[in-house]
Design a protein around this ligand. Structure first.
Ligand code: 0X9
Ligand code: ZN
Length: 304
């Protein structure tokens, strides 16, 4: 079992999810969807609690696309842990949804952040001999790739990669979701920090035509978080609320995979500790992530 008193390394995380799939093969399934640049398997854990329900609505959830945002990884693990160990007491809408969860999308970067440079953000690929290491996996997606807020310079923190979808980590998710894009009704990517629930578009200060509903559901998630821990999360268009940044996964999910409810959740805090959030915050932030997911699942399962 996993403690929520500290942050975990990649090996421990994989041991934990392996254990879950062995102990609970009826509800937990693991699929390796690709490999990172350094050949670490990228694993999706699928959880569907009610195997008898014919409802095939799915929600995609990922954490750890940015190496230093450890709280995103621990919060997704908390969610997994709740789904499995608290399954009997969960609300019905949590049982009917199929969750496709990748707790750590950038294992190489995460490892580097643990062992070498705490504030590392990118992955660990190296496009050529004289270039810097790492592409920003949240600038690498094939939707308005390379536009505002992404850099063509490999040394930049927001390096977009040599081309759209150049990175293995991006490719693995694209391939997996595009096998069956229609079943995904929600897409949540967990980041830190700032306490925001952001929705497309992120490439420019524009909103999609269905933004009224997308905003409303974002607000429902923020209200659920507030109820859980009394923390405030601000809901809004990501380019307007934060800054324009093209080639991020949320825009791809909405623009290409056509997943209506696509959000980037920036977890705690609002700047006191920033990326170096103390482990004492793991449990309460996990509860916030859980509250957001549950609220989204409820909205999605009640929609037509
Ligand atoms: O800049 C990012 O990639 C995200 N913020 S972070 O501090 N975690 O790096 C925000 C991404 C918001 N979404 C889009 N711009 N599409
Ligand atoms: Zn991030």
């Amino acid at each position: 079992n996993l403690t929520f008193e500290r942050y975990h390394k990649v090996d421990d995380i994989y041991k934990y999810i392996d254990h879950l799939s062995q102990e609970y093969p009826d509800i937990v399934e693991i699929e390796t969807i690709g490999k990172s640049h350094e050949n670490v398997p990228l694993r999706v854990i699928r959880i569907k609690l009610d195997q008898n329900s014919t409802d095939t609505k799915a929600i995609w959830i990922d954490g750890g696309i940015h190496a230093r945002e450890w709280i995103a990884v621990s919060s997704v693990l908390y969610l997994i842990n709740e789904l499995v160990y608290n399954r009997d007491s969960l609300e019905l809408h949590m049982k009917n949804i199929e969750f496709h969860i990748i707790p750590i999308l950038n294992p190489d970067g995460y490892k580097h952040s643990h062992e070498k440079e705490r504030l590392w953000r990118k992955n660990r690929s190296k496009p050529s001999a004289n270039s810097c290491v790492g592409a920003d996996l949240n600038r690498n997606w094939d939707y308005h790739w390379g536009e505002t807020g992404a850099s063509k310079y490999s040394c930049a923190e927001i390096y977009r990669g040599v081309k759209a979808s150049s990175e293995r980590e991006t490719q693995a998710v694209v391939k997996y979701i595009m096998k069956n894009p229609n079943k995904f009704k929600g897409f949540l990517t967990f980041h830190s920090y700032g306490q925001y629930i952001l929705y497309p578009w992120g490439y420019a200060k524009r909103v999609p035509s269905d933004h009224t509903e997308v905003h409303r559901v974002g607000q429902v998630m923020a209200t659920a978080i507030k109820k859980a821990t009394s923390n405030e999360y601000t809901v809004g268009n990501s380019a307007t609320l934060l800054y324009p940044a093209a080639g991020a996964s949320d825009d791809w999910a909405k623009g290409v995979a056509k997943i209506k409810y696509s959000y980037t959740v920036e977890l705690k805090d609002t700047g006191k500790y920033g990326f170096i959030l103390p482990p004492t915050e793991i449990l309460s932030t996990g509860k916030e992530a859980y509250a957001a997911v549950s609220a989204l699942a409820n909205e999605i399962s009640s929609e037509k």
